[in-house]
Design a protein around this ligand. Structure first.
Ligand code: NAD
Length: 358
């Protein structure tokens, strides 16, 4: 067995169906008496129930959360935090809303309760990526890690099949990279394999029948495990590429992960045979990269960067950026091979699979 270090994240998780009803108790648990509730404009209808449920402890609401946590949005929200003298935050939504709560917590150290409605996994990490002047900068701090996460399967039932599929593959990506992380450990690897298995089985069922509660519960469970993986060990090529592409061409987050994952995995496959064996077992597919490509095809999600808005002229720029800042990856980063990977992903080709380096 390899040498490893494992550290548990100090947070509380409530998981189930109908668990939103536990919000008042969880506020008491944290001693919050004036909660500011955060959401996106699209999910503002969720606020009425929360306001009724927490009564006098509802201090105010901000429904301007946006993708990539723009600093100007956080500053507007900070104005409300101060006006209503909030002593706690309730973030209900996907990664964008969670990101806003984290950005406020970074500035105030207010306790956070997150109610995730997608599979992005941000609620499990002490990291926030904030955008200012078109540049996204990532920061990590113990203040950013939410104190409590309430997973309620009911909150995910409204997720449209397309978002469920891409958000679910976004979660699979965290687990895939955890399996070949330099700082991986046996416990996180168990979670990662189980996350991939659970999500790969649940997502097709959800796309066929979006109100399948059992499949929704499995997917949320898998997303939780994937989020733990993301928060616990380092990510490599796949996450770096998605960060670069998303930031440079303003591409949608979950869709970018969905397109890139099979290609990034094919790139790393020769240098990570143990991880590949675990991913193959979890997917029930002999070639993990092709297995993920097939899963995406079955889910009828975008398969190319072209479809999600990247210009062809960006391929070289993206390749240059991807090799610019050195970072650890199981296989060395070679510009021409990376350019080839991005070009294939842009066209929507199947991933290029190669044999293991032994
Ligand atoms: P999102 O939060 O932007 O959600 C996309 C849209 O779907 C939003 O309009 C949202 O309101 C809506 N939505 C979410 N759940 C829904 C539901 N159940 N029903 C109906 N509509 C719903 O997208 P996302 O993919 O969840 O999160 C992406 C963001 O999270 C990115 O900014 C990304 O960088 C960040 N993120 C950060 C981390 C981290 O650890 N810091 C991890 C993962 C993602």
């Amino acid at each position: 067995m390899q040498h490893f270090v494992y550290q548990n994240a100090p947070m509380r998780v409530v998981f189930g169906t109908g668990t939103l009803r536990q919000l008042p108790d969880e506020l008491s648990h944290l001693g919050v008496t004036r909660a500011l509730v955060l959401a996106t404009p699209r999910q503002k209808d969720l606020i009425a129930d929360i306001s009724e449920m927490i009564g006098e402890r509802f201090a105010g609401v901000f429904t301007g959360a946006a993708m990539h946590t723009p600093v100007e949005v956080t500053e507007r929200a900070m104005g409300i935090v101060n006006d209503v003298r909030a002593d706690g935050l309730v973030a209900i939504g996907g990664g964008s809303t969670t990101g806003l709560g984290k950005a406020i917590a970074l500035r105030t150290d207010l306790p956070q309760i997150v109610l995730p409605t997608s599979y992005a996994g941000s609620e499990m990490t002490p990291v926030v990526g904030q955008t200012s002047g078109g540049i996204k900068t990532t920061q990590s701090s113990p203040k950013i890690l939410p104190e409590t996460v309430i997973y309620d399967v009911d909150l995910t039932m409204t997720m449209p099949p397309g978002l469920s599929a891409t958000s679910g593959i976004n979660a699979i990506a965290h687990a895939v990279e955890a399996l070949y992380a330099r700082d991986r450990n046996p416990l996180i690897s168990l979670m990662a394999q189980e996350a991939i298995r659970t999500l790969a089985h649940a997502l097709p069922a959800i796309c066929a029948q979006p109100n399948d509660k059992a499949a929704r519960a499995d997917a949320l469970y898998g997303a939780w495990l994937s989020g733990i993986c993301l928060g616990a060990v380092g990510m490599s090529l796949h996450h770096k590429l998605c960060h670069t592409l998303g930031g440079s061409f303003n591409l949608p987050h979950a869709e970018t992960h969905t397109v890139i994952l099979p290609h990034a995995l094919a790139y790393n496959a020769p240098a990570a045979p143990e991880a590949m064996a675990r991913i193959a077992a979890a997917l029930g597919a002999p070639d993990p990269a092709l297995g993920l490509h097939d899963l995406a095809r079955k889910l009828a999600v975008p398969l190319s960067l072209r479809e999600i808005g990247m210009p062809e002229s960006g391929i070289d720029q993206a390749a240059d950026l991807a090799v610019k800042n050195p970072y650890w990856n199981p296989r060395p980063i070679e510009r021409e091979a990376i350019r080839n990977l991005i070009a294939r992903a842009w066209r929507g080709d199947a991933p290029e699979t190669t044999r293991a380096i032994v």
